[in-house]
Write a protein that binds this ligand. Structure first.
Ligand code: MRU
Length: 351
């Protein structure tokens, strides 16, 4: 995700077309940004936060000529609409609200837009640095020739940098260490096969694709040393919302005594949400399951259960790796403290 045309538009890779076609698209209006986020042209918690923040700027830039009061009312409404595009990843609300707050006290509409542009750019730059820091902390969890199972795509495509769950893999690879990644397909939208397998193969990293249903057999065969996944939101007690199927992997990992790690920036931690039970889970369209990529693979009208995410209880999470270090259970209290420290440091630096 990057700025285009002097930051008048967002330029991003349309992930719905991968791995067949690599096409970049330009987004300017709120409707374009919302459509791209809800249809997963841009996806992954940090990346939708970045796109949402940048989108608020490009959308509002067209309205700088409005009277101040109308401009601010439209800004509030646009921010709410972008945040509502996908409910589960807290990064989207976090980044959009942070961007809006940065412009709040500016004297003119133009100054609001300029301050928001600076803030959205900062969010993008910080995300790049956060990914690397997560990777540096997490790489110590990998032994030479580790075999890592992941889920969905928590790599470069999902962030402004080298990913979260995949960051330690990239760093180990840079250091010349051999790491092997197992990527479940991640039905129904196949982020594992279309995106994770694609980006790791391009980076020259050893990746093996498997049907989601083969994860248990792989673990039972003794072929997985650790699981590392990303997250869309982590509640105050350590419960983790991540791509549907993550919970099954966590239970399987526990049954096979395999460590289960979650890698995420502090912007994914949500101490205001007490537990996973209060995390809103996005439900996707039934046809993504019935006919994900064309022809029906089911009776056309069969009822479908299609949550985009599930909740992994914190008790299954061996550790949470953030850009500020590794958290181990109990998570209650530790998550809130980490967010507080990170927020106050950010505000101190901003002053
Ligand atoms: O529906 P998606 O593709 O946006 O889901 C993405 C995930 O679940 C990722 O694991 C999560 O957002 C972390 S990305 C660093």
């Amino acid at each position: 995700v990057r700025w285009a045309e002097n930051a008048a538009s967002i330029d991003l890779l349309d992930q719905t077309l991968l791995p067949v076609t690599e096409r970049r698209i330009l987004l300017t209006t709120a409707d374009e940004v919302i459509e791209a986020i809800s249809s997963l042209r841009v996806r992954g918690a940090p990346a939708i936060g970045i796109a949402g923040a940048m989108g608020l700027v490009t959308a509002m830039a067209g309205f700088a000529g409005l009277p101040r009061e109308r401009f601010h009312a439209l800004l509030a409404e646009t921010a709410d609409r972008i945040v509502a595009a996908r409910p589960t990843a807290v990064n989207l609300a976090w980044a959009v609200r942070r961007t809006r707050a940065a412009g709040e006290t500016a004297a003119s509409n133009d100054a609001v837009i300029e301050r928001m542009r600076v803030e959205a750019t900062r969010i993008l730059d910080e995300d790049r640095a956060m990914c690397r820091a997560i990777g540096e902390h997490a790489v110590i969890l990998l032994a030479p020739e580790s075999r890592v199972l992941t889920q969905c795509n928590a790599g470069a495509l999902a962030t402004g940098g080298i990913g979260t769950a995949l960051a330690p893999i990239y760093i180990a690879h840079e250091r010349g260490e051999r790491v092997r990644v197992f990527a479940p397909e991640t039905r129904p939208l196949l982020q594992g096969s279309r995106l994770t397998a694609w980006e790791l193969e391009r980076a020259g990293i050893d990746v093996t694709l498997l049907p989601d249903s083969a994860a248990g057999a792989l673990m039972a065969n003794g072929e997985v040393d650790l699981v590392i996944v990303g997250a869309d939101r982590i509640a105050a007690n350590g419960d983790v919302a991540n791509k549907i199927g993550t919970y099954s992997l966590a239970v399987l990992a526990a049954a096979h005594n395999i460590p289960f790690y979650v890698a995420a920036p502090t912007s994914t931690l949500d101490p205001a949400t007490a537990s996973g039970a209060s995390i809103p889970i996005e439900i996707r369209a039934a046809d993504e399951v019935r006919r994900g990529f064309g022809a029906f693979t089911s009776p056309p009208d069969v009822p479908v259960f299609a949550p985009a995410f599930d909740i992994t209880p914190g008790r299954f999470v061996t550790a949470i790796i953030t850009e500020r270090g590794i958290l181990r259970p109990p998570y209650e209290g530790a998550i809130a403290r980490l967010v507080e420290t990170s927020e106050s440091e950010r505000q101190r630096v901003a002053r």
